[in-house]
Ligand binder design. Structure first.
Ligand SMILES: Cc1ncc(COP(=O)(O)O)c(C=O)c1O
Length: 374
């Protein structure tokens, strides 16, 4: 069996043709494909506006510059990729790490406790971990009751739907971000996007993406003005041509992921391998995460990773708690009371899942895992 990675892009000849056509066109950087991709992502998610950028981290950075002020306190999760809370720091604000709930997402009840205790908390950055959206009715409640700003990091969750609310629709948040890194649902190579329903925020994001430069019709042909400190976080037409082509296949990609999830759910039912959650129709399954209590086994997690690697099965770990990273410890983090996250971190790992994964590969992953854990 060839090596089975935990995630992998699915590029078709149609995708390649779209990129070639753009390479042969007049625009390589900011041209018609960027606008078309933005409109298609916005319409797919049911948001009014979309700004496509060079990667998901850039999306988080720009969103944070618009949403946060220096010193703002922001509730966030330790169970994410570094970029989520790094973006809070980029804006000069202060992440407050809250424990996770049993589904791997930030615990919104604990968030409410924090909001009751500290009325100076300004924002909540939640992650739709593994493709499982935040409980929307609780988000709406927190937003209305405590008047906080909400960002949904949907890097894992394009295509997810929670009680009819689509990931990225910003129904209960100011902004949502996506990543189009190759392991995600759809790819532009590197790439990301921000969605919002606020025209004012949309216009600020456009300016920040392009050096803070503004050019208005009344200006002389060579004139432009810089009124804020922006960046070059532009995405290219080449990348967006790929994104547009990939977006057409997204429902099919998600259907494949759900099929794999259901197969895993069935295989692990009643065993020592506990899925983080089983299929309930809401997750778009960027990841399939399982929990194993290694204290009850003779093999350690590290040994299991090694054994599976030898058998050509690539498992991965999502995530090391961000607040325990050396950089964060130097800032004084690391000793938050996060018992659920701590236990989760001991037990979790992610199994291979990607649209092109064959039935044989799925069976092989299941058999290899049971073989190693037995
Ligand atoms: C939850 C989450 N947020 C943000 C990012 C950053 O996205 P990118 O890698 O496109 O910068 C990632 C990427 O892995 C992620 O998983």
């Amino acid at each position: 069996m060839n090596f089975i990675p935990y995630g992998k892009q699915h590029i078709t000849s149609e995708d390649i043709q779209s990129v070639i056509e753009t390479l042969e066109s007049d625009y390589l950087t900011t041209g018609p494909k960027v606008k078309e991709f933005e409109e298609k992502v916005a319409s797919f998610c049911g948001a009014k506006y979309c700004v496509a950028v060079s990667n998901g981290t850039a999306a988080l950075h720009l969103a944070s510059l618009v949403l946060l002020n220096k010193e703002d306190k922001v509730l966030t999760t330790p169970n994410s990729f570094l970029a989520t809370s790094n973006a809070i720091l980029y804006a000069g604000a202060k992440p407050l790490f809250i424990d996770i709930a049993e589904d791997g997402n930030i615990d919104l009840d604990l968030c409410e406790k924090m909001l009751q205790e500290d009325s100076s908390i300004k924002a909540l950055y939640g992650v739709s971990f593994s493709g499982h959206m935040l409980q929307q009715e609780k988000l709406q409640y927190l937003k209305e009751k405590y008047d906080i700003v909400i960002l949904e990091d949907n890097a894992h969750a394009i295509g997810a739907v929670y009680n009819g609310i689509k990931a990225g629709s910003c129904t209960n948040s100011e902004m949502s971000i996506f990543s189009f890194h190759p392991v995600k649902h759809l790819t532009t190579g590197e790439g990301g996007a921000i969605t919002t329903n606020s025209q004012e925020m949309y216009e600020k994001l456009l300016v920040l993406r392009n050096h803070g430069m503004v050019k208005t019709p009344d200006m002389k042909p060579w004139e432009y003005e810089m009124k804020s400190l922006g960046y070059n976080y532009r995405i290219t037409d080449i990348q967006c041509a790929l994104g547009i082509s990939q977006l057409k296949k997204l429902p099919d990609f998600i259907r494949r992921r759900v099929e794999i999830a259901k197969k895993y759910d069935k295989a692990f039912a009643g065993s020592i391998v506990k899925p983080l959650y089983t299929f309930d129709g809401t997750s778009s399954y960027h990841l399939y995460v399982v929990l194993v209590d290694f204290t009850k086994l003779t093999i350690s997690k590290e040994e299991m990773f090694e054994e599976l690697k030898k058998m050509h099965v690539g498992v991965q770990l999502h995530y090391i708690p961000i607040n325990k990273q050396p950089y964060y410890k130097e800032l004084g983090y690391g000793s938050e009371h996060t018992p659920v996250m701590d236990r989760y971190y001991q037990e979790c790992f992610s199994l291979p899942m990607y649209p092109k994964m064959t039935h044989d590969q799925q069976n092989y992953v299941i058999e290899s895992l049971f073989e190693v854990l037995k």
